[in-house]
Each structure stands twice: as C-alpha cells, then as structure tokens.
Design a protein around this ligand. Structure first.
Ligand code: BGC
Length: 399
C-alpha cells in the first residue's frame, strides 16, 4: 500500500515539474520580445518552424535579453534619393551600423519618386523586414502602405523626416529642425548687425519641399528671428516673396531654386540694386542661388550676399571656402544613424528607446516620441575642427 502511495506521489511530482517547465518556456518569448520580436513570436506559434523555434529558445536561455534581438533580423531602410550627398551618407551609415549590430539590411533609394518608395516599402514588408527605417519623400503619402506594416506588426521609425497621418510610426529620429532655422536666421541677424539697428538691407528667402515636414520647421525657426526685422523695415524683401508656399522649392531641387532666383534677380536686382542676404534652408537650394548669382549678379555688382545653407555637402563646403556661400549647418549623420540603431535595438527587445522629445512632433495621429540630434553651425572659420578633425571628411574631399 505504502509503495502505491509513494508511486502516485512520484508521478504527481513529475507531472507538476513538467507543467512548470512548459509554463516557463511559454513565458520566455513574451517577456523578452514585448510587442516586437516577430521572429520569436512566429517561431513559437508556428509548428512547422521547429528549428527556428528551438534556436530562438536556446539563444534566450544562453544569453541575456539585451543581445539576442539583432541576429539575422531583417531591417528595411528606405531613403529618398541618391541625388543629394547627404542621403547617400545616411544610407551608408545606417547600413554599416545596423550590420555591425548583427542585422540584415535591405537599403533602397527611390529617386525622389513616391510610387517607387511605396513599392520598395511593400517589398520590404513582404520579404520579412521586422523594422522599417524610412526617410520619406512626401510625409503624407505612406499612410496606406504603412497600414500593411501595422497589420504584420512591422515597426516603423521615421528617419530625419516625419511621416504624417500614420499611427504606424513608433519613433522619430531627426535633428532639431527648428534649431537649424534659428541658427540660419541668427547668422544673418549677427552678420548684418540687425540687433544694433543697422539697415535697411535687401534679403530674399528660399526654403524646401512643401511635402517635407522639416521644411516648415526650418522656415519657422529662421522667420521667428527675421520677421520682426522685416516688419520694422530693417530687412526688405524686394521680390515680396515671403510666405512659405511662395518660397518653397519642389523636391529641394537646385535647378528649381536657380530658376526662381534667375527670375527674382532679373525683376529686382538687374538695375544694380544690392542683394545683401539670402536665407536658403539647405545646401541644394543654396547651390541654385549661387549658380544664379554667378550667372546674373557677379561682375555687375560689387558685393556678394550672405547665403545660408544646411548639410555641409562637399560642393557647398568648397563654395564656403571660396567665399560663395557663407555658412552651412553640419548634421552629423553618424550620430543620427547611431541613435536610430539604438531605436531598432530597443524595439527588438521590447524596451523603450532613448528619446529626448515627446512634445514637438505631432504627425496628425498624436505626438511621436523623438530623438533630436543637435545641429552645428559651420563656416570657413570652424570647418577644420568640425568636418576634418571629426573624421567626417578628408581635406581632399573639399579642396
Ligand atoms: C533634410 C535636409 C536636406 C533636405 C533635402 C530635409 O528633410 O532634413 O538635411 O537638406 O531634406 O534633402
């Protein structure tokens, strides 16, 4: 009798330990992956995928949650165009840093064509990317394709440019875009001595693509500094072209910028009137302005206006050293890429990514948790320190 009771007890103990062990197996993926690790979830739920399942569980029991997320996980990186130097650098940096962290990267450029970018994103989703890092061409054209991402639990990070009108966006990694504009405006304010009441000076304004949310932030940051001087007459916009829609540049195109400035100079400055400053939101538009001034202004006027820019593209740094562009804003794409990789990692581990702004960027579906990198002022006086010593460029790149 005693033997039978002991036997029953033994069986109970064995069944109990088995049940406890199973319970633990099931908890692991949930607690480690949080909302995000589809690879783990799929593997766990999919009977036919036993090898992935085992591999995942082995990994989890051997290593802490912090370094299991990346291995083999596919990340899609969608960049707008290869035409501008900065996006090539952004793409290269993202790919390099993600691969170093153990991810497999699908990097695509869309020639500034929205349907191309949409189909690239569709492919990324259907080919198994778990996270998408997207620098959009047009902020509000991705809502439909990102619905597909949401359905498949693919997470989205808006890169540099905010994606509008989609609740599929988890994080936004960018620079402090308003600060970019503020620094450009303050540069003009300082160089013209506006604070001490100097003027009147003639100024013209050019900003970026109206479909790029950043363009409005650059414009606002600069105009908050300059508008009071326009209002009190220290700054005069001879063309009368001031409001955002009028000074915007489709696709941020150098050619469009040049065409617009050809017309502005012909109509307002061809009689010898001096143009003192141009607020240009970035380097591609600044290049259009410079090209136009070389063709229509240089030689017939004794001055060269202050011209602002942004990105420190190589040809523009050369122009800065030649005195053809006054300043640019250095946005270290290495830092932005590193911050974005931290976001990807956090997503894959079901953790919160490091962010430093919850208030500024509302994409129409709510405020998007953001990390804003700091933009840095650059001109001929500090370019060596900022661009060369930091290893961003070699001297040969910009001479
Ligand atoms: C970026 C700028 C860039 C511009 C044109 C903006 O969204 O923030 O750095 O110059 O696009 O590509």
């Amino acid at each position: 009798m005693k033997k039978r009771i002991l036997g029953v007890l033994l069986v109970c103990v064995m069944v109990f330990s088995l049940l406890t062990a199973c319970g633990k197996e099931e908890e692991k993926p949930a607690s480690n992956s949080g909302t995000t690790n589809n690879t783990t979830n799929n593997a766990t739920n999919n009977d036919s995928n036993t090898s992935t399942n085992n591999a995942t569980n082995t990994n989890e029991s051997e290593a802490p949650a912090t370094n299991t997320a990346s291995n083999g996980t596919k990340v899609g990186v969608a960049m707008p165009t290869k035409d501008l130097q900065r996006w090539n650098q952004d793409g290269d940096n993202m790919k390099k840093k993600l691969e170093e962290a153990g991810y497999v990267v699908d990097l695509q450029y869309a020639s500034n064509d929205v349907p191309t970018q949409v189909s690239q994103i569709e492919n990324m989703i259907s080919s198994g990317c778990k996270v998408l890092v997207i620098a959009s061409i047009e902020g509000d054209s991705l809502g439909t394709v990102l619905e597909q991402a949401k359905e498949k639990d693919v997470k989205v990070i808006a890169y540099d440019r905010l994606i509008m009108g989609s609740d599929a966006v988890t994080y936004y990694a960018t620079f402090d875009n308003e600060m970019v504009g503020t620094k450009q405006g303050e540069y003009i304010e300082e160089k013209l001595g506006l604070k001490s009441g100097k003027g009147p000076f003639n100024i013209e304004i050019i900003t970026g693509d109206p479909g790029d949310n950043n363009a409005r932030f650059f414009y606002k940051g600069a105009m908050d500094v300059l508008q009071p001087y326009i209002n009190n007459g220290q700054l005069v916009v001879k063309s009368g072209q001031i409001d955002f829609a009028t000074v915007a540049t489709q696709s941020w195109s150098t050619e469009n910028a040049q065409n617009r400035f050809d017309a502005i100079i012909a109509a307002n400055y061809s009689d010898g009137t001096q143009l003192d400053a141009v607020l240009a939101s970035n380097d591609s538009t600044a290049m259009g302005v410079t090209n136009s001034l070389i063709a229509n202004y240089e030689g017939t006027h004794s001055n060269w206006p202050i011209i602002t820019g942004q990105d420190c593209d190589k040809p523009n740094v050369k122009n800065m050293l030649d005195g053809k562009q006054s300043m640019s804003i250095f946005k270290d794409t290495r830092t932005l890429a590193a911050k974005t990789v931290e976001m990807v990692d956090a997503i894959m581990q079901g953790k919160e990514a490091p962010i430093n702004d919850r208030e500024t960027y509302d994409n129409g579906t709510g405020k998007i948790p953001s990390y804003l990198c700091e933009p840095v002022f650059a001109d001929a006086s500090n370019y060596e320190e900022i661009l060369i010593k930091s290893g961003y460029y070699t001297m040969d790149d910009i001479k």
